[in-house]
Design a protein around this ligand. Sequence first.
Ligand code: GLY
Length: 365
Amino acid sequence: MNAEIVKVELGERSYPIFIGKHLADALLDFLQKYVDAGRPIAVITCPALPKEHPALFEKLNAVARVSVTLSVDGETAKTPQELVSIWEALAQARVDRSGVIVAVGGGVVGDLAGFAAASFLRGIDFIQVPTTLLSMVDSSVGGKTGLNLSSGKNLVGAFYQPQAVFADMHLLSTLPPREFAAGMAEVIKYGLLGDAALFAALEKAGKLGWDSPELPGIVRRCCEIKAQVVASDERETAKENGRALLNLGHTFGHAVEKVAGYGEYLHGEAVAVGTVAAAMLSEKLGYAEAGTLVPSCTALLGTNALPVRLRKPLPIESLMRAMASDKKVRAGQLRFVLMRAVGDSFTCGDVSAESAQSVWEALNG
Ligand code: GLY
């Protein structure tokens, strides 16, 4: 098989991430043990993908007992209603406890199908086939699954690890450039949070595309970092650092998504603005030397066609209120991931509202 393998080490729940190009046959080989044992296979995807990757779906449909296509593409599919439709389809196809769900799609499909796998018959096997850069380096790895309520994003969910992840660069060939760029925000995040050499490699590579020869190695490095972080703090319970480091840029970013109106910024675009905000705050509070973080973050995000400030001014009180209601707030205190330097990050609960507000003022439109 022409894939590299990164292992997520979680004892009995350990699993491989296969990273390479043209992995359909490797995926089918992996599924063969289910086929041989007569175990039902359920494929879950979103409407756009079967048309974009007909050869993959032809192979999958040949072994699947049932195929479920979400009713819409995008974040609006992550609803309780959609989950009920998946459960019903699985039940009608008589998928039993020996079954496996194969989730083919981006973060929405992975989160929803993962939660369906966690909850159907109290848990069945689950394989992730991420089709966006963002889901390859982030959401498909580490077992966060869930859905949105009208009261907020990801309010229902479970930690539920897959049996395997297949990150096939070829599936990125149909990804719109804006979505690819959004994934790059999470890639850049890994360099900033824990790997200065990765950050330097990204600076050297310039603007990447799905067929850049460097991409599989870069995805591999991101998955290694994520696997390491998840292995050390699977359920994000560490008091400091741990899995929360993966939220670099996200406290600010979630506020941008919410206040601008969901859909206005792609998640990765909001994270890009949030990353610049985190760099500014780190310098402002004196954790990083002035001028050592903001220019390099801004330059690398800009090279990858990502926004580095708010596109249009947003009300600062609303941004501050949105941050205060972020899921990650502990005991009413805002928590941020800050940096001492590229590759050296830490969680910090000791940030005044005034400091955060001054960063918004600097980035506002
Ligand atoms: N996306 C952050 C995490 O998986 O913890």
